[in-house]
Design a protein around this ligand. Structure first.
Ligand SMILES: *Cc1c(COP(=O)(O)O)cnc(C)c1O
Length: 343
C-alpha cells in the first residue's frame, strides 16, 4: 500500500522523468565553473526571477545564510520575524557563523512585520551615539508564511520603507513559487521588491536537493565566496541542478493541484467535529486536535500507512506525491479513528 506522507512537502521522491533528466545531465567540476548544467540552471533561475545573477546551493538554509552574510558584515544586524525560518529554524547560523546580530520582531498573523516596529528597531549609526549599537543593515521577510502569501501591497510598502532607511532586503522564498502560483503572478513579480531571494526546489517543486539564491550581481558574487567557505562548493553538481531545471520546467504550474488538494483536505476535515481546521493556505492545512488524541491519532494513521505530524504542530502539507484520492483516504482514516474513539 502506498504511504501517504503529509508531514511536509520535503518528502517527495524524484519522479522517473526527473531521474532520467538527472542521469542524462552533462557535468563538470562546478568549483572550477565547469559544470554546464549548473550554469544553465543559474542562468535560467536569474532569467525567470528577473534578477542579474543566481547561485545553486545544496540547501535553503545555506542559501539564506550566505545571503545574510553577503548583505551584512560582522557587527551588523538584520531585522527579521520572531518566527522566521532564517532566525528560528536555522540553528542561529547568522549569529554563530556570520557574527550578524538578529533583531527579531513579532510577526503579525499574516507574516508581516509592522512598519512602526521596523522603524523602532532601526538603530542610530555614525559616530557618538551610533557607536553603541549594531549597524542595522537588512530587512528579511518570508513568503509564503505558514503557507500564506504575504500581502503584495505590504511587501511593496515594507521594502520601500527599508530602502528609504538605507537597508537592503532579502526574501526567504523557500516556497516563493507557491506564492506566485496562488496569487496568479509571475515569480519575477514575487522577487522584484527584494535585492536577494532564496528559493528551495526541494519543497513543492519536488527535487531531492537544491535551492537557488537570486539577486544583484554584486550580492551573488559575495554569496559565492561565502558558499565556498560554508562548504557548499560542489563538484559535478549538474546531476542535482538537472533536477531543479526539470522542476522549473515541469513542476511549477502543477503547484495549483497541491493548493486544490489542501483545500479539499480542509473541507473534508471540517466535517469531523473533533477537529478544528484553523487555517488553510496554498499547500498547507493547520489543525487543532484535542491534545489527548494527537499521539493516538498519529499512531492509528501510521498503522494505515499515513504519516502526519500531530503532536508538535498539526500541520498537513500537500505535494507532488499526494493525489486527490490520497486526500480522501486520509480524511476517511481520520474519520474512522474518531468513530472508534467515540465507542
Ligand atoms: C525549508 C525552508 C528553508 C530551507 O530549508 P532547507 O531544508 O535547508 O532547504 C528556509 N525557509 C523556509 C521558510 C523553509 O520552509
Amino acid at each position: 500500500m502506498k504511504v501517504i506522507d503529509l508531514r511536509s512537502d520535503t518528502v517527495t521522491r524524484p519522479t522517473p522523468a526527473m531521474q532520467a533528466a538527472m542521469a542524462a545531465a552533462e557535468v563538470g567540476d562546478d568549483v572550477w565553473g565547469d559544470d554546464p548544467t549548473v550554469n544553465r540552471l543559474q542562468a535560467m533561475a536569474a532569467e525567470r526571477t528577473g534578477k542579474e545573477a543566481a547561485l545553486f546551493f545544496p540547501s535553503g538554509t545555506q542559501s539564506n545564510l550566505a545571503a545574510l552574510m553577503a548583505h551584512c558584515e560582522r557587527g551588523d544586524e538584520y531585522i527579521v520575524g520572531q518566527m522566521a525560518h532564517t532566525y528560528r529554524w536555522e540553528g542561529g547560523g547568522a549569529a554563530v557563523l556570520g557574527s550578524i546580530q538578529p533583531q527579531p520582531i513579532e510577526n503579525e498573523a499574516d507574516g508581516s512585520l509592522p512598519l512602526a516596529k521596523i522603524a523602532a528597531a532601526i538603530k542610530p549609526h555614525g559616530p557618538g551615539l551610533g557607536a553603541h549599537f549594531a549597524r542595522t543593515r537588512l530587512l528579511a521577510l518570508e513568503n509564503t508564511w505558514g503557507g500564506r502569501v504575504l500581502p503584495a501591497a505590504y511587501v511593496t510598502e515594507a521594502t520601500n520603507f527599508a530602502r528609504s532607511k538605507g537597508l537592503s532586503t532579502h526574501l526567504d522564498g523557500a516556497r516563493a513559487f507557491n506564492a506566485a502560483v496562488a496569487s496568479n503572478v509571475s515569480i519575477a513579480d514575487i522577487c522584484k521588491p527584494f535585492d536577494t531571494v532564496s528559493i528551495c526546489t526541494s519543497k513543492g517543486l519536488g527535487t531531492p536537493v537544491g535551492a537557488v539564491l537570486v539577486g544583484t550581481r554584486e550580492l551573488i558574487d559575495k554569496a559565492y565566496r561565502w558558499r565556498k567557505m560554508l562548504g557548499g562548493g560542489m563538484r559535478q553538481s549538474g546531476y542535482l541542478a538537472a533536477a531543479s531545471i526539470y522542476a522549473l520546467d515541469h513542476h511549477v504550474s502543477r503547484l495549483a493541484e497541491d493548493h486544490a488538494n489542501a483545500q479539499l483536505l480542509a473541507q473534508g476535515l471540517r466535517k469531523i467535529s473533533e477537529i478544528e481546521v484553523v487555517g488553510q493556505a496554498t499547500n498547507m492545512v493547520f489543525l487543532k486536535l484535542p491534545e489527548a488524541h494527537a499521539k493516538p491519532l498519529e499512531t492509528f494513521l501510521a498503522q494505515r500507512g499515513i504519516l502526519m505530524q500531530g503532536v508538535y504542530a498539526a500541520r498537513l502539507v500537500t505535494h507532488l506525491d499526494i493525489t486527490h484520492g490520497d486526500v480522501n483516504r486520509f480524511v476517511m482514516a481520520v474519520s474512522d479513528y474518531f468513530k472508534g474513539a467515540a465507542k
